[in-house]
Design a protein around this ligand. Sequence first.
Ligand code: T5A
Length: 227
Amino acid sequence: MPGKLIVFEGVEGCGKTTQMQRLYNWLIKSDVFHRLQTEGHLQGVVMTREPGGTDLGKVLRQLLLEQTVGPSLQDRTELLLYAADRSQHVEEMIRPHLEQGFLVLCDRYTDSTVAYQGYGRELDLSLIQQLNQIAAQGVKSELTFWLKLEVELGLARTQKRGKADRIEQAELAFHHRVQRGFEALAAAHPERIVAIDASLSEAVVSQTIQTLLEQKLNQWSPPLSTN
Ligand code: T5A
């Protein structure tokens, strides 16, 4: 597919949403993006997220994250709802944009299911892999920024924001298992997952991500004059 999927991952409060927005703001004004558009490599850039990247996804997001649903939501049901959200998101939003040549920036994707439902909820990892395959239908991240932050630091950041959602309220041990999931994923997929020290200031984290993406974009689509 002519487009590229770029994903942001990490534990609660690691700064994904902040960094995705900052990357978007930088990208649309950057020389590299302008060149890629002018040379016809890219059509544009869009931002999206999981859960909640489609109209159906917004309803599923409410079911998944609102505390009121918490006690009745079984772990396997939770897994299937995330898979349903992704299936709709890939078909309705991600794949069409990639086919048209867009850069798709996505806040969480398949790795979150492995980390949260696999490691966090301790559901069967091979089952999760199968479900990820069914939902993603071969659409894979080209580059994943793993914003690596201590669990306690991330939770402290989200607590400052106010009321915690259903998953943020899970026990501390759950969040540590999730972190181990991201560590295992990063070790297994060094070709795609880049760890970023998310304890640094927003501006420093942002600069690191911009530099890495710029390098990747130049690598994927070198300037025509050097071909
Ligand atoms: N989930 C998701 C699963 O369980 N399985 C799945 O398959 C999928 C796809 C999603 C939830 O669903 C779970 C994971 C999640 O629990 P969400 O609201 O999208 O819900 O939750 P998060 O993705 O965790 O989003 P958050 O908004 O809570 O965290 P972010 O996006 O990582 O952090 P951000 O950017 O909002 O920043 C949090 C706070 O920290 C500050 C910000 O200003 C903000 O107040 N901050 C910094 N402070 C200091 N230094 C920095 N460098 C900072 N960067 C940000």
